[in-house]
Write a protein that binds this ligand. Structure first.
Ligand SMILES: [Zn+2]
Ligand SMILES: [Zn+2]
Length: 135
């Protein structure tokens, strides 16, 4: 594989990842493949693993979900909608202090996932509309 082609494929995968917002590898592949049918699933998965290993993107393991890829590297938590599955970023002001607390008794922290679950704004609005119609 040529270096130029390699760079182009990496860029495509990265762009799809940013556009999709916390996608799984399968979702990234579907998106890239739609525009560039010659790019294989293996290539997309390999590029994503490479990004995660080099720290260019963060691999997020949420409970009961395939790994997702996140281009936001600043420490943050996630909120996941149990209705539509959408994952949103949650920035907690005291995140660093909480991590420092966990490390205080000599525990060496290598990473963390904080996940809130519930219903996203769009889904709760929809639910509200539907229950209003029923009434
Ligand atoms: Zn939702
Ligand atoms: Zn995120």
């Amino acid at each position: 594989m040529g270096a130029a082609r390699n760079t182009r494929q990496k860029q495509m995968v990265y762009d799809a990842l940013v556009r999709l917002d916390h996608p799984t590898a399968t979702q990234v592949y579907a998106c890239v493949h739609e525009e560039h049918p010659t790019v294989s699933r293996g290539t997309v998965f390999r590029v994503l693993s490479g990004f995660a290993e080099s720290g260019q993107v963060r691999r997020v393991n949420l409970f009961g979900s395939d790994a997702r890829y996140d281009h936001t590297l600043a420490p943050h938590a996630h909120g996941r909608c149990r209705v539509c599955g959408w994952v949103q970023d949650v920035f907690l002001p005291d995140f660093a202090a909480i991590a420092a607390g966990a490390a205080s008794d000599g525990f060496c922290i290598e990473g963390c996932e904080v996940e809130f679950y519930g219903v996203c704004a769009a889904c709760s609005e929809k639910q509200m509309r539907e229950s209003a119609n029923e009434a």
